[in-house]
Ligand binder design. Structure first.
Ligand code: NI
Length: 177
């Protein structure tokens, strides 16, 4: 088990475009994903992207069971997604509160496509192809943004809707990051 240090906003690597994975089912790829899993679980995240642990490759993992960070959120199946492509379905935009392990202690209201199609591969090279909506669609957009050097504060439409978690949601037992 290796919990890696999560890079925080301001780190130049978080602004880079990540490179695609060219070889699947390798020891290096499995080790990377294991470290991402361990780190995400230790920090109680809904997802994590490889650049957040300092690896500029197109790998994200996400999944939400019963997560205290998002107590009212719908569940999202645990997914390893590599070399993803996202295609919005329709033009409906929905705003929702987001946090990020790279922006600890804060929340912002972020507009995202309500529905989208995403495709890519798992760590073995199997194809992933899904049509999703709501919170699942939000999580995928947030994580895949990391692969393009975009952090959620860069998406906030109204910066008055960005602040410290314990101020915006006083008295709620939401983890720090
Ligand atoms: Ni994030």
């Amino acid at each position: 088990m290796t919990v890696r240090t999560v890079l925080r906003m301001g780190e130049p690597l978080l602004l880079e475009k990540a490179l695609p994975i060219v070889a699947f089912d390798t020891p290096e790829l499995h080790a990377l994903i294991e470290d991402m899993q361990d780190t995400m679980q230790a920090m109680d995240g809904a997802g994590i992207a490889a650049p957040q642990i300092g690896v500029s490759l197109q790998v994200v993992i996400f999944g939400v069971g019963q997560n205290p960070r998002y107590p009212d959120a719908e569940q999202v199946p645990y997914t390893v997604l590599i070399n993803p492509t996202l295609t919005p379905v329709g033009d409906e935009i929905e705003e929702g509160w987001e946090g990020c392990l790279s922006v600890p202690g804060m929340r912002g209201l972020v507009p995202r496509y309500e529905r989208l199609h995403y495709a890519g591969f798992d760590q073995f090279g199997n194809t992933i192809d899904r049509l999703v909506s709501g919170f699942h669609a939000r999580v995928v957009q947030h994580e895949c943004d990391h692969l393009n050097g975009i952090l959620y504060p860069m998406r906030i439409a109204d910066l008055s809707q960005f602040g410290y978690t314990d101020i915006i949601f006083p008295g709620q037992d939401i983890p720090d990051d």
